[in-house]
Write a protein that binds this ligand. Structure first.
Ligand SMILES: [Zn+2]
Length: 69
């Protein structure tokens, strides 16, 4: 595996990288921030965006509920 670099802050990622919906590789802090911002978009964004975003958000929530070991 090659070294991952965060596409947001350009820092090298140590540990598990966060992969965004658009396939960008982010560090955990940027990933968490992006997730929060996307959640905000669901509240204030358009209907079409909200629906598609809600789809992946549900997937993320399910994946989080499953937990990583
Ligand atoms: Zn980052």
């Amino acid at each position: 595996m090659s070294l991952n670099r965060c596409e947001q802050c350009r820092r090298k990622i140590r540990g598990a990288p966060y992969r965004s919906v658009t396939g960008r590789i982010l560090c955990e802090s940027c990933g968490a921030r992006l997730q929060g911002r996307t959640a905000g978009l669901v509240v204030g964004g358009g209907a079409g965006n909200a629906i598609s975003t809600a789809g992946w958000f549900a997937r993320v929530r399910r994946a989080m509920g499953r937990g990583r070991r």
